[in-house]
Design a protein around this ligand. Structure first.
Ligand code: FES
Length: 505
C-alpha cells in the first residue's frame, strides 16, 4: 500500500489521482492559476521521501531540479511511503514589535497596505490598516524559488538559462495565494512596499538579472521602482501600486536600504554597525556623516541550507541546545513537535556547546570518537564535521566583512555605539554562544540590539509614511559601497573568521 503525507497530514491515495488531487482531498491548497493544466507551473511540491514511487517527470517539469515536482503532473505509481510539502510556513517566528527600531509614523490614508520582505530563503509579509497604522496580520513562508537553487548566484543562472520568467511566476503564484488568505478583502489593499536583496527585488519585478551575476554586479535599474499591481497579476485593488525600494549598490539591496530607515542609524552622531544576516549578509557601518556598506555571500548554512540536518526556523526545528556533563543534549524545538532538523539559533548553540565541552576545537575539528559518525543530536539528526565546515565559512564571510568595514572606517571595537543584529533567525540567537564561537564580535550585551526582520520593519515604515520614500531615495545616493574581495586583507580576515574563537580585535 502506498501512503502519502502532504504538509505532515495523511492524504488518501486513489488510483490515477495526481498529488494535486490528493492535496485537495484533505483541503490543502496548492497554488495554481491554470487549474491543473500543467501550464502555470505554480503547483510546486518538494518531495522529502519516496521519489522513486512517483510517475516519471513530464516535459512540463523539465525546468525543475531534483526533489521538486508539479503536483498536477505527478502520480503515485508504486507502493511505499511518499512525503512532500508545498511551501513551508513560519508565521510563528515573525517578530511584530522589534525592539530597538525607530517608531512607526503614520500618514493616514484609507484602505490596507502590505509590507513585504523577499529574502532568498524566506518571504515575510505584514498587513496594515493605512489610516491607523494598526498591524492586522503577519505571514512568512519559504521562498518557493528554491527549485532554482538555494543562493543568489544559482537563481541568477537559473533565470538566465530558462525562458519564461519561471522564478517570478512561481513567486507571484505563492504570493497570490498568501494574499487570498489574509483576513481582509484583497481589493481593500491599495499599496504594497517591497524590500528585498538586489536579485530578489529584480526577479520579483520581472527585470533581467543577468548583469547582477557579472562584475561589477549591478542591477539594470538601481533606482526605486513602482509598478501597477495588476501588471504583476496580484489580486488587489484595481488601482493598487507596488513600490520597490532603491538598491544601495551591487548586491547591497533594497533590504539594506529598508534596514537603514528602520534603525535610523544614518541620523545619529555615534557610529553604529548593522549586520543583516541571511543567505546574503548585508553590513552597514556609519553615522550621519558617513555610511559604508558591503555584502557578504555567506550562503544559506545558517538558514538550514548545505547543512545535512539543517532547516529553516519552522515547526520541528531544534532552536536551543545545551549539553550536560556527559555530553547528552537537551533541546528545545519550535512548535513543541518531534524534531526534524536544526535551525540557525540551534546551530550557534550546538557549536558553542561542543566547543565549551571540548568536543570540538577552535578549528572546527571534532574529538576523535565523533569524527566518523558525527554528533547525534536527536533520533536521526546528526551533526558532522562537514556541517561545521559549511558554518565556519558562512561565519568567516560575515566576520571578514565586518573587519574590513571596521578597518576602512578606522573603528576600534570600543568605538561602536550600537551593533544591530538583524535577520529572522538572528533575533533568537543566544549572545553568549554567538560570542564564544566568534559569530559576533565581543561586544557587551547592552550594545547588541537583536532587531529581527529590520528590512520588513523598514518596508512597513515606508508603507505607512510614503513621504519617507523620497528620503530613502536620496539617502542611498550618498552611501559608499565597498567590494570586500578587493581589500588586500580579505583572505586573512576570512581565515581568522572561520576559527571558532571570540573576535576581540
Ligand atoms: S496547476 Fe498549473 S502547472 Fe500544475
Amino acid at each position: 500500500m502506498a501512503t502519502l503525507t502532504i504538509n505532515h497530514q495523511d492524504a488518501p491515495v486513489r488510483d490515477g489521482a495526481t498529488l494535486f488531487d490528493c492535496a485537495e482531498a484533505i483541503d490543502i491548497r496548492v497554488p495554481t492559476s491554470c487549474i491543473k493544466q500543467g501550464k502555470c507551473r505554480e503547483c510546486l511540491l518538494e518531495i522529502e521521501e519516496g521519489i522513486s514511487h512517483l510517475s516519471p517527470p513530464t516535459p512540463e517539469e523539465a525546468h525543475l531540479g531534483e526533489g521538486f515536482r508539479l503536483a498536477c503532473r505527478t502520480r503515485i505509481v508504486s507502493e511505499g511511503v511518499v512525503r512532500c510539502h508545498t511551501m513551508r510556513r513560519g508565521a510563528m517566528r515573525i517578530v511584530d514589535d522589534a525592539f530597538g527600531l525607530a517608531e512607526l509614523t503614520v500618514e493616514p490614508r484609507s484602505g490596507h497596505g502590505l509590507a513585504l520582505d523577499i529574502g532568498t530563503t524566506t518571504i515575510a509579509m505584514r498587513l496594515y490598516e493605512l489610516d491607523t497604522g494598526k498591524l492586522v496580520s503577519t505571514q512568512s513562508f519559504e521562498n518557493p524559488q528554491r527549485f532554482g537553487g538555494s543562493d543568489i548566484m544559482a537563481r541568477i543562472l537559473y533565470d538566465t538559462e530558462h525562458k519564461g520568467k519561471l522564478l517570478q511566476r512561481t513567486l507571484l503564484g505563492y504570493l497570490r495565494q498568501a494574499i487570498e488568505v489574509l483576513p481582509v478583502p484583497p481589493e481593500s489593499i491599495l499599496d504594497v512596499v517591497v524590500a528585498a536583496n538586489t536579485t530578489m527585488r529584480d526577479l520579483f519585478f520581472g527585470l533581467d538579472v543577468y548583469s547582477i551575476g557579472q562584475r561589477p554586479y549591478r542591477s539594470t535599474h538601481e533606482a526605486s521602482l513602482t509598478m501597477a499591481a495588476k501588471k504583476l497579476r496580484l489580486p488587489l485593488h484595481p488601482d493598487a501600486e507596488v513600490y520597490g525600494l532603491p538598491i544601495i549598490g551591487s548586491h547591497v539591496g533594497a533590504d539594506a536600504a529598508a534596514c537603514l530607515i528602520a534603525t535610523g542609524l544614518h541620523e545619529r552622531d555615534s557610529v553604529s554597525v548593522l549586520m543583516d544576516i541571511g543567505t546574503n549578509t548585508e553590513l552597514i557601518v556609519g553615522n550621519r556623516d558617513r555610511l559604508i556598506v558591503a555584502s557578504c555571500p555567506a550562503g544559506p548554512a545558517f538558514e538550514g541550507g548545505g547543512v545535512l540536518c539543517g532547516m529553516p526556523a519552522l515547526d520541528g526545528a531544534i532552536e536551543r541546545v545545551t549539553l550536560n556533563g556527559s555530553g547528552k543534549p537537551k533541546t528545545r524545538v519550535v512548535g513543541d513537535v518531534k524534531p526534524q532538523g536544526i535551525c540557525g539559533s540551534g546551530l550557534v548553540d550546538l557549536m558553542s556547546e561542543l566547543l565549551r565541552t571540548d568536543r570540538m576545537n577552535a578549528q572546527g575539528r571534532f574529538l576523535e570518537e565523533l569524527e566518523l559518525e558525527g554528533f547525534e543530536l536527536a533520533d536521526g539528526i546528526t551533526f558532522t564535521e562537514r556541517d561545521v565546515n559549511e558554518l565556519a565559512q558562512a561565519k568567516g564571510a560575515n566576520i571578514a566583512g565586518f573587519q574590513i568595514l571596521r578597518d576602512i572606517y578606522g573603528l576600534e571595537l570600543d568605538d561602536i555605539d550600537r551593533f544591530y543584529l538583524a535577520g529572522g533567525f538572528a533575533r533568537h540567537i543566544d549572545l553568549d554562544a554567538a560570542r564564544r564561537i566568534g559569530f559576533l564580535p565581543d561586544l557587551p550585551d547592552e550594545k547588541i540590539l537583536r532587531v529581527g526582520n529590520a528590512a520588513l520593519a523598514g518596508a512597513s515604515q515606508l508603507l505607512l509614511s510614503p513621504s519617507l520614500r523620497r528620503t530613502v531615495e536620496t539617502l542611498v545616493q550618498s552611501i559608499e559601497h565597498i567590494e570586500l574581495e578587493t581589500h588586500p586583507d580579505f583572505f586573512d580576515f576570512f581565515v581568522d573568521g572561520c576559527q571558532f574563537m571570540p573576535v576581540r580585535r
